[in-house]
Every structure is written in structure tokens, then in C-alpha cells.
Design a protein around this ligand. Structure first.
Ligand code: NOJ
Length: 530
């Protein structure tokens, strides 16, 4: 299991309100105790942090607010000593506007070679005052920004994140070198940001405008900037670099593509893993979840791979909150628009306990997002004045953004930032975070933290290496059940009543601890038995 560390919000060692590398080092015993095999560390490079560090100004330096390259080396060494691997986050689709390449480009005249590292083009209309295409930014508004000299640059995300021109061999060479740099530092793997981006249709066509969704998702075939065939050329270049290194390293794709296209990224000479985002996005609904699981298994299986599962990450509403909302509520919109009394927080917690057991019983790899082991909900009521996510501004205050899942972790029940650091944290924590702190939960045998610890321990012991999964004919339409090689069964009850377990079942773990010995599986609960 890989544990995702959002550095800024994990642990602050120097009291400046921002998490840092030494904070991660100080919590390695906690992570080892939880049972993690590896860490995925969100971007830690020099950056003005206009998009939480996904705006990289220098790919070979650590942001001073997080520490130094030596701290990174020390973290990797100490993690290895604790048998924990370290995956770094690489951002190849765009740089920060502060990157020296972009600075050089905008200080150079049109047609200068330095401009060809980005997509910088004249606009449309007689005076060039219209953007070159109708493409929209994922964060809202047009994907083009005009420079003082009249040309436009492409940014699929924030206007401070200009897109690189991957058709330029110089860009390709630079990234192969950046991979080598982090491999030399000891990295065991790479999470690749916007893995379905990079390649652009260099004829720059407009997108048909039937629906706005088409403009920003990869659902359109032959989309001018998502999931294009050329991207696989670059992926293979990186894979060659990885395979040539002695680190035995891997890479995992953040590719938001249709489930039936994930396998393209998982071919033997491409990524080792690619997230099954359709599973993450499924509602708490047996048909939807089973279909998403089977699709991911089939698609990855078609190239001899297995899916990669996650329930949460730093870009989505935390699942303890999503599962507490009625089915059909669009959670990103709900953050701002509500109605907030639709949320049943207890139900969300109950389902989150069942969901992690379901996920950890599946074949494939599993990623956890920091704080989900504490059952942290989305902090949906952050006041507007503290919002930091560029989505808030770029969407003209119509989308609240992702700050609510990035609130610093509570380690202790009290203290200025519940043990996160010695002073106030960069985003305010709600008062109830104290109760959810790791220290409190360590003392409670029925806490979410203890469930995660038990589930991860049992997963190592009971879940087989073989990828086989046998769906069991449901004896109730609202029960999802499967068996793994070796006999472990996993059942989830989506019905409104209790379900009897087979007489001979030996329960290994139940998400509702009060029911472990009753021979029954209550609603919204999961059991592992053999
Ligand atoms: C995906 C990252 O996970 C997200 O946080 C970021 O804003 C975009 N890519 C742009 O880099």
C-alpha cells in the first residue's frame, strides 16, 4: 500500500505553519506502524505554490519552505531503512511561469527558439486579440493568456502554469534528465501528473462545442489535448530511463481517461500502474462499484496488468464526506452550493470503513491519501478568505476548489494546530479535528486508525499475491461478494437490512466492530472471512 503525503499539510517540523520534509521524517515510525510499503510525496520542488506546487519553477531543487535536497536524501535513506519506498511526483505537462525557460521565452521576440518550448502563438482576428482556439482551462476560463507583446500562451490549468511543447525534442531530453536526477537521489518511483496530457494537436483546431464537458474532459475521441497517441512515445522514453537504472523503480500515471483506455498506459513498455479513477468516482451503489471494478480489472488485464485503486486524493472531496451525501449529488458543486444539511456524516464514516476494506481486498495496488486513516472528512465550510486553490479564482468564484481535503493533519487532541506544528497551520483546522487526532485514535480499539492498521496487517497475511478474483453469486441483490484465491471472502452489504453470514464463516475483520461476533453483516458494512 502506498501512502500519499501532501507535504504542506502532513507535519510541520519548524513551526512556520507549513508541513515539511523533516516533518515527514519525524512521522516515519507512525507510517511504518500503519503498514505502508511506500510514500507518494506530492511535489516538493521550488515553486511559487500557485497550484500547491504543481507549478514547478525548478525540477531539481526543493522548495525552501519544505527543506533542502539533503533533507530529501535523508528522508529517502531513512524510509528505505524502515522498508518504505519513496515515489516522487513529476509534473511534465506544464511548468511554473517562474521557470527560467518561461522567463526566457517571454523576454524573447516571437519566433525565438526559446518560445518553442511552450505553446506561444498569435491570436485570431485581425488584430490577434482573440485566443488562438476555444480551448478551456480545467480550472475555468479560457486556456490562453495574452502576453504584453500580443502573442498568447497555452495553460490547461492556471495561467501561472504554461504548457510545455512536448513535440520539441529539447523538452523530451530535459525530462529524461530530470528522471535520472531523482533516480540518482534514490527515488523508487514517479507519480506522473496529467499523464494523459502533454501531446497537443499541433494544428490547433477548435473543439466542437455541443457541451462544455467536452472541452475539458478526455471523453471526445481525438481530443486536441487529452489522451493523444503521441503521449505514448514520451512515456516509452521515460520507461527506458527507468529500466536502465539500478533502482528497480516504477511509475504510476495520473490519467483521467475513459476506463477502457487505461490499459494503453499500462502496456509492458509504459507505466507500471495507472489509477482506476472510475472506481474513485463511483457512488456508494453496488452496481456502479462492481461495474467499475470489473471494467478496471478487464481493461488492465487485457495487457497483463492489474488496476491501481484509491478512494481519495488531494484533488477530490474526501470519501468520508462523499459517501455521506445522497446518491446523485455532484460533490464538487455541493461544496459551495449545498444544501449542506444533506450530509449524513456518520453514514459517511460508516461507509468509509466498509469502502477501505472492499478496496484492500481487491487484486492490484492500493493508494491511501493522508488523513483518510483518521476518517477525516472534507472541511467543506472553510471561509472564502482562506481559500488557496487557484480553482476558486480561475472559476470566478463558482467552484470552491480542493482546499477542504488539504487541511493539515491533527496528530494530537490539543495544541495550537493539534500537533501538526508549533503554530497556526496554513489552513485553519476545525475544532472537531482534535477528536479525530492520531493520538486519540491510537487509544481507541474501534477507531478508523485501528481499522486501517488491522486491515493492512491482514491484507499482507491473507490477501494472496495471485490476481484472481471470483465474484460470488449474490444471495441478495444488494450484497457485493467475492472470493480470492486461498479462500478469503469479502462481502459488502448495501441493503437496508442485516445479512446472515455462512455458518462456517470465520470472521477476520468487520468494518462494524460491534457486530464481529454476531454472524450477521449489518447495512453499509464490510466483512472479511474465510
Ligand atoms: C493534477 C494534480 O493532482 C492537481 O493537484 C493539479 O492541480 C493538476 N494536476 C495540475 O498540475
Amino acid at each position: 500500500m502506498i501512502y500519499q503525503v501532501y507535504v504542506r499539510s502532513f507535519a510541520d517540523s519548524d513551526g512556520d505553519g507549513t508541513g515539511d520534509i523533516n516533518g515527514i521524517r519525524s512521522r516515519l515510525p507512525y507510517l511504518a506502524d500503519l503498514g505502508v510499503d511506500g510514500l507518494w510525496v506530492n511535489p516538493w520542488y521550488t515553486s511559487p505554490l500557485h497550484d500547491g506546487g504543481y507549478d514547478v519553477a525548478d525540477y531539481r531543487e526543493i522548495n525552501p519552505i519544505y527543506g533542502t535536497l539533503q533533507d530529501a536524501r535523508d528522508l529517502i535513506r531513512e524510509a528505505h531503512a524502515a522498508d518504505i519506498k519513496v515515489i516522487v511526483d513529476l509534473v511534465p505537462n506544464h511548468t511554473s511561469a517562474q521557470h527560467e525557460w518561461f522567463q526566457e521565452a517571454i523576454q524573447s521576440p516571437p519566433n525565438h527558439p526559446s518560445r518553442n518550448r511552450y505553446h506561444i502563438r498569435p491570436g485570431k482576428g485581425t488584430d490577434g486579440s482573440e485566443p488562438p482556439t476555444n480551448w478551456l482551462s480545467v480550472f475555468g476560463g479560457p486556456a490562453w493568456e495574452r502576453l504584453p507583446d500580443g502573442e498568447w500562451y497555452l495553460h490547461l490549468f492556471d495561467h501561472t502554469q504554461p504548457d510545455l511543447n512536448w513535440a520539441n525534442p529539447e523538452v523530451q531530453d530535459e525530462f529524461r534528465d530530470i528522471f535520472r536526477f531523482w533516480l540518482a537521489l534514490g527515488a523508487d518511483g514517479f507519480r506522473v501528473d496529467v499523464a494523459h496530457g502533454l501531446a497537443k494537436d499541433m494544428s490547433f483546431p477548435d473543439i466542437p462545442t455541443e457541451t462544455e464537458e467536452l472541452l475539458v474532459t478526455a471523453k471526445l475521441r481525438n481530443h486536441p489535448f487529452w489522451d493523444r497517441d503521441d503521449v505514448h512515445t514520451y512515456i516509452r522514453q521515460w520507461r527506458e530511463v527507468l529500466d536502465a537504472s539500478p533502482n528497480n523503480s516504477m511509475m504510476v500515471a495520473e490519467a483521467w481517461v475513459a476506463p477502457e483506455r487505461v490499459h494503453l498506459y499500462l502496456r509492458p513498455d509504459e507505466y507500471h500502474q495507472s489509477f482506476a479513477f472510475n472506481f474513485l468516482e463511483s457512488s456508494w451503489n453496488p452496481e456502479e462499484l462492481t461495474t467499475s471494478i470489473q471494467k478496471a480489472l478487464d481493461d488492465a488485464g487485457s495487457v497483463g496488468a492489474v488496476p491501481t485503486w484509491a478512494l481519495s486524493n488531494h484533488d477530490v472531496v474526501r470519501h468520508a464526506t462523499r459517501y455521506g451525501l445522497p446518491e446523485g449529488v455532484e460533490w464538487r458543486k455541493w461544496l459551495l452550493e449545498g444544501p449542506h444539511d444533506l450530509l449524513d456524516a456518520d453514514l459517511g464514516q460508516r461507509r468509509a470503513r466498509a469502502a477501505i476494506m472492499l478496496m484492500l481486498a481487491l487484486p492490484g495496488s492500493a493508494y491511501l491519501y493522508q488523513g483518510e486513516e483518521l476518517g477525516l472528512p472534507e472541511v467543506w465550510d472553510l471561509p472564502e478568505e482562506v481559500l488557496d486553490d487557484p480553482v476558486w479564482e480561475q472559476s470566478g468564484h463558482t467552484t470552491k476548489g480542493r482546499d477542504g481535503c488539504r487541511v493539515p493533519l491533527p496528530w494530537t487532541a490539543n495544541g495550537p494546530s493539534f500537533g501538526f506544528g508549533a503554530g497556526p497551520p496554513w489552513l485553519p483546522q476545525p475544532a472537531y479535528f482534535g477528536n479525530l487526532s492520531a493520538a486519540n485514535q491510537a487509544l481507541d480499539p474501534e477507531s478508523m486508525l485501528q481499522l486501517y492498521r488491522s486491515a493492512l496487517r491482514l491484507r499482507r497475511a491473507l490477501v494472496p499475491a495471485s490476481d484472481e478474483i471470483e465474484w460470488l453469486v449474490p444471495h441478495h441483490p444488494k450484497v457485493v461478494a467475492f472470493r480470492r484465491a486461498g479462500g478469503l471472502q469479502c462481502w459488502v452489504n448495501f441493503s437496508r437490512g442485516e445479512i446472515a453470514l455462512p455458518d462456517e464463516a470465520t470472521v477476520q475483520l468487520m468494518s462494524d466492530p460491534a457486530e464481529t461476533d454476531t454472524g450477521k453483516l449489518p447495512p453499509d458494512a464490510c466483512v472479511w472471512f474465510n
